[in-house]
Design a binder for this molecule. Structure first.
Ligand code: GLU
Length: 501
């Protein structure tokens, strides 16, 4: 079977992790099976759908770097792919169901429905009845009378007849879910005769979703588990139309670390925010692909193409996935490490410019500063999780670091006088260190420490603080090479004067 699957978001909010995970799994499944991945915009909720959310969707996936084969922006054999452009189809199909006796016109006014709702709520809370929702009054109308009233222009909706049992038998609606197995849902637990077409002619989600999945020849529906309660209703709709339902796979839930469903409460869940915080698309894709799926034992890094080759529904886990920021951050750091210098410079430089590394905030580097920045990136590549950290960590290479307290310079057990003495010894080799390669620099320091009878670490600590402004810093020898002897010696002298003042 040629797979056709889809991502069918409602443009009523920004793209978030859950949606991207659904889109990604559909994309991967289609790729793995040589199939077609469709984007369909489910904008039937006109009040809540907004153009900016559609734009956010396009921007998000352009940034993530994967896309659909058919969709509003790409066209395709089943266009249009935007539900608000397909309204006549939904009306025709709803009318078709009425003609088949599987749906009916409902003339109940919204005032009556409101009254009914209030009554039923009171009854439920009083313990009198568990019945909720519509009381199916118009289901009992004769077909001819109903048609006459509808044709005379009386406002009406179209409701689906949920099959009811006879004589105490509660019918079940059954379907197979790839992950959850066979599901048998009591029809009495389904919203009683849900509206398919509203009185203004707009379809509801259920009608539009099912009609489009059928017309667009969708073979597999991979969607979030929160849609599971809608599926029995959809299965009934397919049967009412005489259509074959697609295969269903409701994806494992994604939870926050507190065990609650992932939501805004768990921080930056819109993809835009992840992007702004400096997450790399590769890291996000790699991490999201693992939310509820396992691929190869022991393998942690996957490119999109590798995932596409490996993905299958068998790789999905039943258990809910937990969204772990620490793990995502770890991936981000790892992907930063995989960047070559030019790519890393492109990622980090804008942040450094904004943070004022090269002058006032926003000042672009001149050629020399740019070269120095790029040369310094290998020093911190292993030590950052986000691109914005690079500039901060390298600031001491572009401006003299503020002098910390004197104690900061002291190696363990050394006092101020001893520290000044150690710094003076280090000064004698500073020029050489600035010119030496790594191994050679180590040898120079080691030889000098032995000759003076001091510990290697004790010799280096005051020098490190003098040059970088901190006890913990990027590699010292590399920093010296980049700063050059003149600047390094000036900093050592400044520190020495400070310690001996
Ligand atoms: N429009 C629904 C949503 O916003 C689609 C659910 C489905 O995939 O059927 O997620």
């Amino acid at each position: 079977m040629t797979v056709r699957d889809r991502y069918a978001p409602s443009p009523t909010g920004l793209q978030h992790i859950g949606g991207v995970r659904t889109a990604l799994f559909n994309y991967l499944f289609a790729r793995a099976r040589g199939g077609t991945f469709v984007l369909r915009l489910e904008d039937t909720d006109r009040a809540r759908s907004e153009a900016r959310y559609v734009q956010n969707l396009y921007n998000t996936f352009a940034w993530l770097g994967f896309s659909w084969d058919e969709g509003p922006d790409r066209g395709g054999p089943f266009a249009p792919y935007v539900q608000s452009e397909r309204f006549p189809r939904y009306r025709a199909h709803a009318e078709d169901l009425v003609a088949r006796g599987s749906a009916y016109y409902c003339f109940c006014s919204s005032a009556r429905l409101e009254e009914l709702r209030a009554e039923r709520e009171a009854a439920v809370s009083g313990g009198a009845s568990a019945e909720t929702g519509y009381d199916r009054r118009c289901r009992a109308l004769g077909a001819d009378e109903a048609r006459r009233r509808a044709e005379s222009g009386e406002p009406h909706t179209i409701r689906l007849k949920i099959p009811l049992g006879d004589g105490g038998n509660v019918p079940l609606t059954r379907f197979q879910d790839h992950l959850l197995g066979e599901i048998a849902w009591k029809n009495s637990d389904i919203n009683p005769d849900p509206v398919l077409l509203k009185s203004d002619g707009f379809p509801t989600y259920h009608l539009a979703n099912v009609v489009d999945d059928h017309l667009m020849e969708i073979t597999h529906v991979l969607r979030a588990q929160e849609w599971l309660p809608s599926t029995p209703l959809h299965v009934i709709l397919y049967a009412a139309f005489g259509w074959r339902p697609p295969a269903y796979c409701h994806l494992p839930m994604v939870m926050g670390q507190d065990g609650k469903k992932l939501s805004k409460r768990h921080g930056a869940t819109s993809i835009d925010e992840f992007r702004l915080q400096g997450y790399l698309p590769e890291a996000l894709i790699n991490y999201v692909a693992l939310l509820g799926a396992s691929y190869e034992e022991g393998k942690e890094f996957y490119t999109l193409d590798e995932l596409a080759a490996l993905f299958s529904l068998e790789k999905l886990n039943k258990a809910p996935a937990v969204f772990d920021y620490k793990k995502l951050d770890w991936y981000n750091g790892q992907y930063i490490r995989m960047k070559d210098s030019a790519a890393l410079a492109a990622l980090t430089l804008p942040h450094a410019v904004a943070a004022g590394l090269f002058g006032a905030a926003g000042t672009e580097p001149d050629a020399e500063q740019r070269g120095r920045f790029e040369a310094a990136l290998p020093l911190i590549k292993e030590r950052i999780t986000f691109p914005r950290e690079a500039g901060e960590k390298l600031r001491y290479l572009f401006s003299e670091p503020p002098l910390p307290t004197r104690e900061e310079f002291f190696p363990k057990k050394a006092d101020r006088a001893e520290t000044a003495r150690l710094l003076a010894i280090a000064r004698a080799i500073t020029g050489d260190l600035c010119r030496a390669e790594e191994a050679e620099a180590e040898a120079i320091v080691k030889a000098r420490a032995e000759r003076e009878g001091v510990k290697l670490g004790d010799l280096l600590m005051p020098l490190r603080v003098a040059v970088t402004g901190a006890r913990v810093s990027p590699p010292l020898f590399g920093s010296l090479r980049i700063l050059g002897a003149e600047t390094a010696l000036a900093r050592v002298d400044r520190a020495h004067a400070y310690l001996t003042a």
